[in-house]
Each structure stands twice: as structure tokens, then as C-alpha cells.
Design a protein around this ligand. Structure first.
Ligand code: NI
Length: 207
């Protein structure tokens, strides 16, 4: 016997080990891999055509907002929570910078922040939070059920992670930003590492 037949299994083991290491690193970084697994980088139009769905939520202003409220605008939609220490502020800052870069064209884009922590993110809490970002940003909350429904329709996963004292928690959540059309069709998605220049450029392709 030569050692040749062992090569494939050796490579497989190595690949498995590398994959496990990458997943562990992502989890340690607090980055959910859920949406990445659901949204492969290839041209999976079947999955993308399913993204989005109807919703009725409450804005930080107290007004009711549905998926039809901004039907004359593109939507930039991000799911997160106000207690998030890292990814959410980065993504919302990128959305803010993107809106600034769009100039007059920003009037045709509606940025939306949908909380996946409605227990703490009341309309009042969101009203305070949005002041850190672009003035056109609308933050949305709702019942646990309404939030679960809209998150699922956008393939957004989230789960509570308690700290050691079991009294406080963070939310582990998918971190994609979606660009949706006037009619709520999927156009593109970004993550917290996409630059505002790239987001603005992609938006301009669809305006
Ligand atoms: Ni976050």
C-alpha cells in the first residue's frame, strides 16, 4: 500500500479542522453565521426571492409603520438591538455615512433599524438611540411575535446570550444589511465590513 489513498481523508480532516476553527472564531467574535449560511455567496436567486415580507411595527416616534409605508423609496434594513456593543453601532454608522454620501438621492432611500430585542427596545428607548445616527433613520419595535415574524421573513436569526451572573444578556444575531426595492424585492445585502462608498455605489445602481 502506498500512502496516496490517505491523502483525501487527510485533506478532509484538515478542511474540517479549518472550518471548525473559523466557525469558533466567528462565534467568539459574536458574529452570527446564520444568515451567511442561509445566503450563500453564489447566485442563489431562489433564496433571495424569498427575502422580506409584510410587517406592522411601531416606530420610535410612536407611529405605525408597515412594509408599505415607504413604497416610493428603496429600503436599507438592518436588524439589531440598542445594547449591542459593536456590530450594530458600526452598521448604523455605515448606514449614516452612506446616506450622507448620497446627497439629494438620499431622499429616495429609507434606512430602517428593526430591533430583535423588543423587551428592552421600546419606542422610547429607540427614540433616544436614533439620535446617534442619520436623522432619517426610523427604528422599529413590536411584540415578540411581530418581531419574530419579520426577522424570519428576512432570514435573520437571533438568540439571547446571558452573562455569567445570568441577570444581563446580549443578543447574538445575524448582521446583514439588506437593500430592498420600492416593492420590497431583495436587491443586495452588505455586512458591517462593507464600506459606505460601496453601499452608496450599489444603491445608485438601483435608483
Ligand atoms: Ni449587534
Amino acid at each position: 500500500m502506498t500512502t496516496a489513498p490517505e491523502h483525501p481523508s487527510g485533506e478532509t480532516r484538515l478542511r474540517t479542522a479549518i472550518t471548525a476553527l473559523l466557525v469558533t472564531l466567528l462565534v467568539l467574535l459574536g458574529v452570527s453565521v446564520t444568515a451567511f449560511l442561509l445566503l450563500p455567496s453564489g447566485e442563489d436567486q431562489d433564496v433571495r426571492a424569498q427575502i422580506g415580507g409584510p410587517f406592522t411595527l411601531t416606530a420610535h416616534t410612536g407611529e405605525t409603520v408597515t412594509d408599505q409605508t415607504y413604497n416610493d423609496k428603496l429600503k436599507l434594513i438592518f436588524f439589531g438591538f440598542t445594547y449591542c456593543p459593536d456590530v450594530c453601532p458600526i452598521s448604523l454608522s455605515t448606514m449614516t455615512r452612506t446616506m450622507e454620501m448620497l446627497g439629494d438621492e438620499a431622499e429616495r432611500v429609507q434606512p430602517l433599524f428593526i430591533t430583535i430585542d423588543p423587551e428592552r427596545d421600546t419606542a422610547e428607548a429607540l427614540a433616544q438611540y436614533v439620535t446617534h445616527f442619520h436623522p432619517s433613520l426610523v427604528a422599529l419595535t413590536g411584540s415578540q411575535e411581530a418581531i419574530a415574524d419579520v426577522a424570519q421573513s428576512y432570514f435573520v436569526g437571533y438568540t439571547k446570550v446571558y452573562d455569567e451572573s445570568a441577570t444581563d444578556y446580549l443578543m447574538d444575531h445575524s448582521v446583514l444589511v439588506y437593500l430592498m426595492s420600492e416593492d420590497n424585492d431583495y436587491l443586495a445585502h452588505f455586512n458591517h465590513q462593507t464600506s459606505p462608498e460601496e453601499v452608496a455605489s450599489t444603491i445608485r445602481e438601483h435608483l
